[in-house]
Design a protein. Structure first.
Length: 339
């Protein structure tokens, strides 16, 4: 079976999502590119004769004076190294396609196991160039200040799930989002996260980005500039030590901030301040606009909470969020791919 036939067959099987993740698309492109590069280069590789050798007329085999009809050039064929490289590229593509089918079967099984109503949509590839950010209308802005946004400027039908503080550490949440391959981001406040950073280290190993939500979750505009800076920069240091990364995103507690907050955040290495357009709960979904629909690039807020506060679990919140997002034809995407 030819490589192109394999590609077409993979696309028809239904075992692979019509919108695979970015790692899938990149791997397919690399494999196809390698195949084409080898296949298109074989002609030059086999031309071992002197220049123009094939252009000279051939003599009649009997030695007559009239030139014989030029012989048909031999069929072009791959040399052994090129043939081996092509076969390896085709085998790698076929193996990757099989891994994709298996991963999608696992995702379909996870939908059943976690009682999710519909298979979540896959997001499109991340943009080749991240969109330029500016503070939303009604929010503070200025030279050297990180932009304050409630949505990412994109036309992609994607929204972003973000989880704040770190109070509830439900292992089922990690398993569910891992099984379903759902991207999300966490904004941690040290005062509730610090009793079990192992939980968030596991989250980070799953590919989740961990960001800043201050040390003690105070209402920042009530503090002096220096006190605000201690809250933000102090949590940068904690996350660097506990998680091994220095965040570039920061969310102020309660969404409350002033110009000193943004000035302080900038000195701590913060490049953007994502707030939110919607809020997800275990038993309801709150809308920030009267139209009660998602707009491309909306940021969804939720919290690390459980039955004591919500009357429901973190997986309950995920189920409600996935239903709401999928019913409107949106996919959850990775916030850090866009900002």
């Amino acid at each position: 079976m030819s490589l192109i036939t394999q590609i077409r067959k993979v696309g028809r099987t239904g075992g692979i999502s019509p919108r695979p993740g970015r790692h899938v698309r990149r791997a397919l492109c690399v494999s196809v590119a390698a195949f084409l590069a080898v296949s298109c280069g074989y002609g030059a590789a086999r031309d071992d004769g002197p220049p123009g050798a094939l252009d000279e007329p051939l003599s009649d085999a009997t030695g007559g004076g009239a030139p014989a009809r030029a012989a048909e050039p031999p069929a072009l064929a791959l040399g052994a190294p090129q043939r081996a490289q092509t076969e390896r590229a085709a085998a790698a593509l076929a193996a990757h396609a099989e891994r994709l089918r298996q991963a999608e079967r696992r995702r379909v099984a996870a939908v059943r196991n976690w009682r999710v109503e519909r298979l979540p949509l896959r997001p499109p590839p991340p943009p080749a160039k991240k969109p330029k950010l500016a503070s939303d209308s009604g929010h503070l802005s200025g030279e050297g200040l990180p932009p304050v946004i409630t949505r990412v400027p994109t036309k992609d039908r994607v929204v972003f799930l973000t989880i704040d503080d770190g109070y509830e550490k439900d292992p089922a949440l990690l398993r569910m989002l891992r099984d379903l391959d759902i991207p999300y981001s966490a904004f941690l406040a040290d005062y509730v996260a610090n009793d079990n950073y192992d939980y968030f280290r596991e989250m980070h190993r799953d590919g989740v980005a961990i960001h800043n939500h201050t040390l003690t979750h105070k209402e920042l505009p009530k503090l002096s500039y220096e006190a605000q800076r201690r809250e933000i920069c102090g949590q940068q240091e904690v996350l660097r030590e506990e998680i091994g990364t220095t965040p570039h995103l920061f969310r102020p507690p309660y969404g409350a901030y002033n110009r000193d907050t943004l000035r302080a955040a900038a000195t701590c290495g913060i490049t953007a301040v994502p707030l939110w357009a919607e809020e997800a709960w275990a038993k309801r979904f709150d809308w920030g606009r009267g139209d009660r629909v998602f707009h491309p690039g909306d940021i969804i807020l939720t919290h690390f909470r459980g039955k004591a506060e919500w009357g429901g679990t973190m997986p309950d919140m995920v189920r409600r969020t996935l239903k709401t997002v999928t019913d409107q034809g949106f996919a959850l995407a990775r916030l850090e791919d866009y900002i």
